[in-house]
Design a protein around this ligand. Structure first.
Ligand SMILES: Cc1ncc(COP(=O)(O)O)c(C=O)c1O
Length: 343
């Protein structure tokens, strides 16, 4: 097989030599005692960047999301989110399995937030016969939607709706960094107005592990207890937090390069330009598994995220040469697939 170009996800990056040096040199302590200075610095830095009181380092974005949902929704109550949100589609039913949370979803084209759909879905204080909604989850940027940036007016309208009905509001901001770099809207504005916000350091930013949940000091103290219960409290984990701090300092602004490459890839594959807002390209094809296999046979790895949807993600380890190779392989395959790649 020729050289592998891995477009599966922005999680496949390997830590650079400089990041590994920062990890090796990190000052550490036992974080379960709150003694790890590097973890404390990372939690404080992310909380500061997003405008919240406190942060909690977690091994994964899924754990950060699930801790947030645990805090906002009691067992037997309901979380609402869109149909292809990561929290309901790709966290292995964790909200139900761990927290007894039921979910209902609204339909969203490309994952884009539609306040009218949210308003039509929620059932707060539903009485004795129906499940009451207690929280709403929003995803920005939207992964399975194709890296979609949520329009600020829609976010503010949903926040208003949540306030009006006393509902909790979680932001899955695994790729909030991409929304910031793509739009120039300050992180503080993108993150404002939620009860809890999760962000990832291991997607796009190039860290090997790690997410941070931010919220009020009181909620984060509660989340810390649940993180320990779930077995997610770690010891001298400053080694990993150092990678996160390095990533925030060195790899955030360069996300624009991933966005430019994704736009070039999308254009070369006949995608509508307005559908590629950040670093994710989702193509509608006739047979995603067949296309996935044919691309793999030529050294280009993609993700089939549905029978007719192929996802391509640009990242730190995809340079111009790798992108050119991907286009060279994928272009004829898409023509042979016979469907227009427009979604
Ligand atoms: C939007 C979104 N949220 C959460 C996660 C979960 O992150 P992790 O894989 O670290 O659990 C992902 C992972 O891709 C994601 O895309």
């Amino acid at each position: 097989m020729s050289t592998v170009v891995d477009l599966r996800s922005d999680t496949v990056t390997r830590p650079s030599a400089a990041m590994r040096r920062a990890m090796a040199e990190a000052e550490v302590g036992d974080d379960v005692y709150g003694d790890d200075p590097t973890v404390n610095a990372l939690e404080a830095e992310v909380a500061r960047m997003l405008g919240y009181d406190a942060g909690l380092f977690t091994p994964s974005g899924s754990l950060a999301n699930q801790l947030a949902l645990r805090l906002l929704v009691k067992p037997g109550e309901e979380l609402v989110c869109d149909r292809i949100a990561h929290v309901v589609r790709a966290e292995m039913g964790a909200a139900a399995a761990f927290s007894g949370i039921t979910t209902r979803t609204w339909d969203a084209v490309a994952g884009r937030l539609d306040p009218a759909a949210v308003a039509a879905t929620i059932t707060p204080n539903a009485g004795w016969h129906q499940v009451s909604t207690t929280a709403i989850a929003v995803e920005n940027t939207h992964n399975f939607g194709g890296g979609t940036v949520q329009p600020m007016e829609a976010v503010r309208a949903v926040q208003e709706l949540a306030r009006e009905h006393g509902l909790g509001l979680h932001l899955d901001g695994a790729r909030l960094w991409n929304a910031h770099v793509a739009t120039g809207v300050p992180l503080l504005e993108l993150a404002a107005g939620f009860d809890t916000v999760s962000v990832c350091l291991s997607k796009g930013l190039g860290a090997p592990v790690g997410s941070v949940l931010v919220s009020s000091a009181e909620r984060i103290a509660e989340a810390r207890t649940w993180r320990k219960r779930y077995g997610g409290a770690m010891r001298q984990v400053g080694i990993l937090a150092a990678a996160g701090l390095y990533a925030l300092e060195h790899n955030l602004e360069r996300l624009s390069e991933d966005h430019e490459r994704a736009a070039r890839l999308a254009a070369a594959l006949g995608q509508k330009p307005e559908l590629t807002e950040t670093n994710i390209v989702v193509l509608r094809v006739s047979d995603a598994p067949a296309l996935w296999q044919a691309a793999l046979d030529q050294g280009v790895i993609t993700s089939a995220i549905g029978p007719n949807l192929l996802r391509l993600v640009t990242h730190l380890d995809i340079d111009d040469e790798a992108l050119d190779r991907a286009i060279e392989v994928l272009s004829p395959l898409l023509t042979a697939d016979g469907s227009s790649p427009h979604r």
